[in-house]
Write a protein that binds this ligand. Sequence first.
Ligand code: PLP
Length: 702
Amino acid sequence: MPKYSIVVPFHNEQESVTALYDRLKAVMEATGDTFELVFVDDGSVDRTYKLLREIVTIDSRVVVVKLRRNFGQTSALAAGFAHAQGEFVIAMDGDLQHDPDDIPKFLEMLEQGYDLVSGWRKERVDNFVMRRLPSRIANWAMSKLSGVDIHDFGTTYKAYRREIIQQLPLYGELHRFIPALASWYGASICEIPIKNIVRPKGNSHYGISRTFRVFFDLITIRFLLKYMYRPLHLFGTVGMLSLLGGLGVAFWLMVSKLIWHLSVMGEHGPLLISAAVLIVFGGHRGARVAIAKPGTSGQRVNPAFTTRIKMTPVTTPTELRLAKRMARLGTETAFETLAKARALEAQGRSIIHLEIGEPDFDTPANVIEAGVDAIHKGYTHYTPSAGMPALRETVAAEVTRTHGVPVTAEEVVIVPGGKPTIYFTFTALVEEGDEVIYPNPGFPIYESLINFTGAKPVPLQMREEKDFRLDPNELADLITDRTKLIVMNSPHNPTGSVVTEQDVKDIAAAIGDRDIMVLSDEIYSRLIFEGRHHSLMSLPGWRDRVIMLDGWSKTYAMTGWRLGYGVMRKDLAAQFGRLMTNVNSCSASFTQVAGMEALKGDQASVDNMREQFHARRDKFIAGLNNIKGFSCRLPHGAFYAFPTALQHRQLNGKPGRSAQAHWRLGKEEPLAKNLSPQICADKTRSENSAANFANKHELDFP
Ligand code: PLP
């Protein structure tokens, strides 16, 4: 069901149909809520209906209701209301005299709880004598008679709660009296000023004659409002007097005839006829009130005799109507930058890649062989959703060894890459309105997915003066009753910081025994140049409060294989398994076999890669620190540098823009010039930039 229905009657409005549709669409889409446009063709003989049919084929939110002939505005509105399905219904004219931009004002009042919001053409632009004066008198009279204190009964531009409008009997020209009728049903009513635009196209189909008819209707409405449920109080008295009078006269004539032998027809003919008329009139009134219904002259369209046209678009809709949550989804700009860079490379441009964080090493040969062999051996089918039991066992044994805590296979879920563990953690644990603390700057997917889930992202600043390490005191300050989850990432993307053993203890103390889970992203845990990797998971009592993320992408240069894992308490792992069944079925089977070989096989390639990254880091950071205006702390892990462009503002003249920051490391081409938002990754902090040194060739590392 759409939230809003906009009902618009059209009668020979070919000039305005398309323009009005375009404007309504723009205004309603901006509300971000669902809506339908119910266009009623009131027996048009021009191209109106043809245009409406064209619109309905391209926009499935449009419903066209066709009346078989011209029934008049009230009947057309009533037909539209009958077909409207929205919680709220807004009615307006089809001739562009009503400005769609006023719709949000109506919606605001409906949201405040009013049942009926009436438009008030405060600054009317039409002729004073012919329209404004009679209308003012009629509105004044209407307000007095109905007791509804509004200025403008006549305009169609009104908004209603659907249940109110659908129970009102509408025909003749009753639409002008909707507020009066609605108040009689107990509706709460308010009025808002609307723009009154000069009819831009075509001629008005409503003349002054209508204004006079309104007065007759006014009288009828007065009677309706007063005597609707007690008609005998009015018609009963009149009819009774008439009947009694007629019977009295007839009785007297009968007595005259019988006693005095008068010739009734000859001497009292007119009196006899009068008596007959009074009797007939009196009897007739009595019969009439028994079947009286509200309404004035005019007809009511039986909805069964209207044609409703609603088509599933046969052509692709011009606009994609995405779910609202998609607007909250962020991205990892490195992928977009990479795509642009690749496009430029295809044109022959030389590009130095600092954007995407992936090792330029090949996947170790033994791993490739294991994968290829697995394909040949038929590992090309589904595996259990949470991963092959043997691989889960292998990971469990590995984590037990590296983290010093016992982990079982049931606590491991094999997923396609590192990212699914982030997504599944938020999906399984975080509700709308919960707070999630995450590192900033940080891997952009955290913030993106926190927003996507509808939770509140609470950034924890990673400060340069703290060597970009998470500050436990700041963390403690950010924790509230609504904190559901904290994201940690060490070694850290994009600063390369690595938490110390003491940091981990302090973080545990800051969280205390609150009911908060921690997502510990340890995807770079094997890429540490100084010191050791420390994980919250290893602390006593913390194993079940941590979801540990790791994978093969970075450690084994297997980004394209898509293989990762999450380690977590058994009951949560079962839920991850359910998510896997729903989203991926399972990770690729031959990839899992290759992953097993990676863990079990020779680790020399991992050590070799780390050593090479270590050497590149030293050269890259020294090079950066040699550039005038840049300073860069030594990253202790991963393969990112996060330099501070001290004179960045002077270099490019415009704070926050990386485009003109020409980084030259003995090369003619500027590095990723005009390309890399990663070079100045953190849009909120103009001085900082991120670059990775995972790519050897372009930087001429030894
Ligand atoms: N976590 C962090 C901190 C990362 O930097 C990345 C990738 O760059 C991932 C997770 C995701 O890894 P994958 O590409 O395997 O999904």
